[in-house]
Design a protein around this ligand. Structure first.
Ligand SMILES: Nc1ncnc2c1ncn2[C@@H]1O[C@H](COP(=O)(O)OP(=O)(O)OP(=O)(O)O)[C@@H](O)[C@H]1O
Ligand SMILES: [Mg+2]
Length: 517
């Protein structure tokens, strides 16, 4: 094909993927003949079910993976980036599904790290960098503290630092892989304002999400992937939640099963005056009391970073605490995670990568984590055949997309990794399940699947403690709701007595009386 010598029209596409196919080493075809374009100054949404190929496509565009065949055009020229660094130099930056900040370093140091000449963090250099970062913050409206170690910051704030780190490199294309999964509604609105600002300055954004309302709120156009192929490109003002869901799934979704009122059973978990120390010696949980009963979902709502993580980690035996905690009348004082699990507690952790899975192990190994003894035979030898049957069963029951029971957990898409953890924990038939953000990162169908499953387990008499920053989830599932703010509950109410506005006020720290008034 002859390339035009003179370009008379303005640049049509900032980036274009033409006939991209990606086959992973194990033979998985993640993308097939994908055509995808992003124009300058445009926010492009990228939608698709778990495993559809969204991350793969954007990793190819950002130089982290190379395509098996096909070409990427950047500003009209065919390019082949051999590393993310090269793509970044060209002007493409990506914030990943699981981000990569260096915990003990400050926001500023993290931004400086990897930036050109930023290897040596001399005070003079840091000062120049700070000035520039502050300029970016005021231009985009994206603000974050620069002097605190990032590990002490809530996830939402860490994410802003990730984005600042990319914007600092003067990118023209910013790729965000499920950035809102960890954000509160208010943070989402703020992020959207930032994205609109970035687009208004002529830069482009690729925005991956599972939330259709979000994609309609912030994008100009939307590309939908299904099983590695593009099934539609739509102008945002000319499409709808229904059309997008239909495109993604390939069929219409039925209605969500409704929560039926149910008599709650006997008390399973009792927590009294629980105090959990936080990072800086300050308590993260300041004297909380509550009970969870069989056949009930007790929901804890709240903006992330108000002590929910510490509360859960204390209950499952991962953190020291003071006060009283009893599971079926037995004190949990002094017990470790394995002992507590043996008493009938299962846990879907918030951080599926850090705590939920061992990425280098395969699906079978991950599926029996925490219950290996059930698969040990004579002299403690692992009964592989039965472990593999078990993994096979999990894959089938939870519709986990994996190449097989021997596929490494790392090779599963984000959402499928999560289904594996959820499935494994639920299959322990626990007395009480602590579910921390159980559907974060899951696609519509998988989210619905998990939520219906939680409702069914509740109906069957399981006690469930649900921690979620997603108000839809809280309202769909919880029988009673506590709102957590700065380490305490600002209110505990039956779900019928709640509405979004009231919960919003409680989440902001108002007391029950004030929120009622
Ligand atoms: N390193 C790998 N090796 C083999 N297969 C892989 C690898 N990474 C991804 N895959 C497979 O490629 C397909 C696309 O995965 P990808 O991560 O791009 O999906 P996704 O659309 O981002 O999904 P999610 O919404 O769950 O994040 C999936 O079937 C996944 O299992
Ligand atoms: Mg992904």
């Amino acid at each position: 094909m002859l390339a035009p010598i003179f370009r008379l029209r303005p640049m049509e596409n900032l980036v274009e993927a033409r006939k991209i196919t990606k086959i992973y080493a194990d033979g998985t075809v993640a993308l097939r003949d994908v055509d995808f374009q992003v124009r300058p100054g445009e926010v492009m949404g990228l939608l698709g079910e778990n495993g559809a190929g969204k991350t793969t496509l954007t990793k190819i565009i950002s130089g982290l993976l190379s395509p098996t065949s096909g070409t990427i055009f950047w500003k009209g020229k065919a390019v082949r980036f051999s590393s993310p660094r090269e793509a970044l130099q060209a002007g493409i930056g990506m914030v990943h599904q699981h981000f990569a900040l260096v915990g003990p370093f400050t926001g500023l140091e993290n931004i400086a790290l990897g930036a050109e000449g930023g290897g040596l963090l001399s005070p003079v250099k840091l000062k120049t960098i700070r000035t520039k970062v502050e300029e970016i913050m005021s231009r985009t409206g994206l603000h974050a503290p620069l002097d605190a170690p990032v590990e002490e910051l809530p996830v939402g704030v860490q994410q802003r630092i990730e984005i600042l780190k990319i914007l600092f490199r003067e990118v023209e294309l910013l790729i965000l892989d499920e950035p809102t999964a960890v954000l509160t509604p208010q943070e989402v609105d703020e992020l959207f304002a930032v994205l609109r600002n970035i687009a208004a300055q002529g830069k482009s954004v690729i925005f991956i999400t599972h939330k259709l309302r979000e994609v309609l709120a912030v994008t100009d156009r939307i590309t939908v992937l299904r099983r590695g192929e593009v099934v539609g490109v739509r102008e945002t003002p000319r499409t709808s939640v229904e059309e997008l869901a239909q495109l993604m799934v390939g069929q219409e979704l039925g209605v969500l099963r409704q929560k039926e009122p149910r008599e709650r059973g006997p008390e399973v978990l009792r927590v009294e005056e629980l105090v959990v120390p936080g990072p800086a010696g300050e308590p993260a949980v300041r004297g909380i009391s509550f009970t969870v009963h069989a056949g009930e979902i007790f929901g804890i709502a709240g903006i992330q970073g108000n002590g929910q993580t510490e509360l859960v980690e204390a209950l499952v035996g991962l953190r020291p605490w003071n006060g009283r905690v009893e599971l079926n009348g037995r004190s949990l004082a002094g017990l470790g995670p394995a002992q507590i699990a043996a008493l009938g507690l299962a846990h879907i952790p918030e951080d599926r990568h850090g705590m939920g899975l061992i990425l280098d192990m395969n699906v079978t190994e991950n599926s029996i984590l925490g219950r290996i003894s059930a698969f040990q035979g004579f002299l403690g030898r692992l009964r592989w055949a039965s472990a593999q049957r078990f993994a096979q069963d999990l894959i089938a029951r939870f519709s986990i997309q994996a190449r097989g029971v021997r596929a490494p957990a790392r090779s599963l898409s984000g959402g499928n990794q999560q289904k594996l953890v959820v499935g494994r924990e639920l299959s322990k038939s626990p007395r009480i399940l602590i579910a921390n953000q159980p559907t974060r990162g899951l696609d519509i169908a998988a989210t619905r699947f998990i939520r219906e499953l939680l409702l069914r387990l509740r109906d069957e008499g399981m006690a469930i403690l649900l921690v979620s920053a997603d108000l839809d989830e809280i309202f769909e599932l919880a029988d009673r709701v506590a709102v957590m703010y700065r380490g305490t509950f600002t209110g505990v109410l039956p779900a019928e007595e709640l509405d979004r506005e009231k919960v919003g006020l409680l989440m902001g720290g108002l007391s029950l009386e004030e929120a009622r008034g």
